[in-house]
Design a protein around this ligand. Structure first.
Ligand code: NAP
Length: 343
């Protein structure tokens, strides 16, 4: 017999290995039949986490049909979209289909919602073979069902934003919230560098740092095209080009080490550059799902760097509203996010 806590976390849906939490499970039961405390979502669109999509796309040399087959294979075998290589998922939007009588989430049938819990722990069934997706974008039109537990979180979608924009912004809404919190806690106007600053989480983090009254803002981007876009967006005081996976290049490009570094790239190997770019006593926020804990910890030790390193928690109270607000208020954020999500 499972405890109320176990049920609220979805342990009853774990098929393998029995007893672990859904995020750690190899396989979940995605049966659309609901328990009394669950909610069923009719899925409309998945947003694959950027690190997961990049890994799948690179593993299949950009062959869209093969990427689609890989995603279908993962969901079929695991009962959730949990990339076994990156360990990451994403999130989804859909319409509330049925609400169990004991669900505490306050949702009602017919509401359009985004799930703010990871796809790595969300029971998911796909019923259309992802026929509407060419395998060439993070956003995946999909038909199927997903299940929320009583401790899951979901946001009702705003009416004023297109679904694909809301999905993209909500997927990374933990990044600006984490940045705001760290800037507030870092004392007087800390300098901030963002790696991957022209990406979705990167530009939102810059905007959040500005709002939180950070000092000098440095955006580190991959190439000249991204540098031009970020300069035009006006979100950073300084824009520099460096390969985030080249530690010395990052340190040289950032120059005077900063108080706070936020890692928003979607590739592995950014740990050492982020540590080198950060002043002693400073903080690195690793929002990227491609981060290696051991590379970060051992790299900092090896460089005798006295920095605090934070795992970018995808959840902070109020994170969804904060990110939506930044998107609505900042033309610079919109200029960087819209081309990534709106064809
Ligand atoms: P995104 O929009 O694709 O942005 C990533 C940015 O990094 C892009 O501008 C990309 O440039 C740039 N980049 C890639 N390789 C680089 C390199 N070697 N040097 C410099 N820049 C480089 O991704 P996102 O949606 O913001 O996601 C960013 C990260 O957050 C991902 O790792 C994702 O997994 C993670 N994430 C974490 C959470 C959480 O809860 N912690 C939730 C969601 C997502 P190009 O576009 O030119 O490649």
């Amino acid at each position: 017999m499972l405890s109320a806590l176990q049920r609220s976390l979805g342990v009853h849906r774990v098929l393998e290995p029995i007893g672990v939490l859904p995020q750690a499970a190899r396989r979940l039961d995605p049966d659309p039949q609901l328990g009394p405390d669950e909610v069923r979502i009719a899925v409309r669109r998945l947003n694959l986490d950027a690190a997961s999509y990049r890994q799948l796309s690179e593993a299949h040399a950009g062959d869209g049909a093969a990427v689609r087959a890989a995603v279908l294979g993962i969901v079929e075998s695991r009962g959730k979209m949990h990339n076994p290589v990156t360990g990451s998922g994403g999130m989804l939007i859909g319409v509330v289909d049925e609400v169990g009588p004991e669900s505490p989430l306050g949702l009602e049938p017919g509401q359009r919602v985004a799930t703010l819990v990871s796809l790595t722990l969300t029971p998911l069934q796909i019923t259309d073979g992802l026929a509407g997706w060419d395998g060439r974008s993070e956003q995946v039109p999909a038909t199927g069902t997903a299940v929320l537990f009583s401790r899951s979180i979901a946001a009702v979608l705003p009416d004023d934003l297109p679904e694909e924009v809301a999905l993209a912004v909500l997927d990374v809404c933990g990044a600006p919230a984490a940045t705001e919190r760290v800037v507030h806690r870092s004392g007087h106007r800390p300098s901030v560098a963002v790696l991957g600053a022209a990406g979705k989480s990167g530009c939102l983090s810059l905007a959040a740092a500005r709002d939180a009254r950070a000092g000098r803002l440095t955006g580190v981007v991959r190439d000249g095209r991204e540098a031009d876009a970020l300069r035009a967006a006006g979100l950073a005081d300084v824009v520099v080009v460096a390969d985030a996976t080249d530690p010395l290049a990052v340190a040289e490009a950032v120059g005077e080490p900063v108080d706070v570094t936020v890692v928003c790239v979607d590739v592995p190997g950014a740990e050492h550059g982020a540590v080198l770019a950060t002043a002693d006593g400073g903080t690195v926020v690793f929002f990227s799902m491609a981060t290696s804990f051991s590379a970060a910890a051992l790299g900092a030790e090896g460089m005798a760097a006295d920095v605090t390193m934070l795992v970018g928690n995808g959840y902070t109270p109020g994170h969804a509203a904060l990110a939506m607000d930044l998107y609505r208020r900042s033309p610079g954020v919109r200029s960087l996010i819209d081309p990534r999500v709106r064809a």
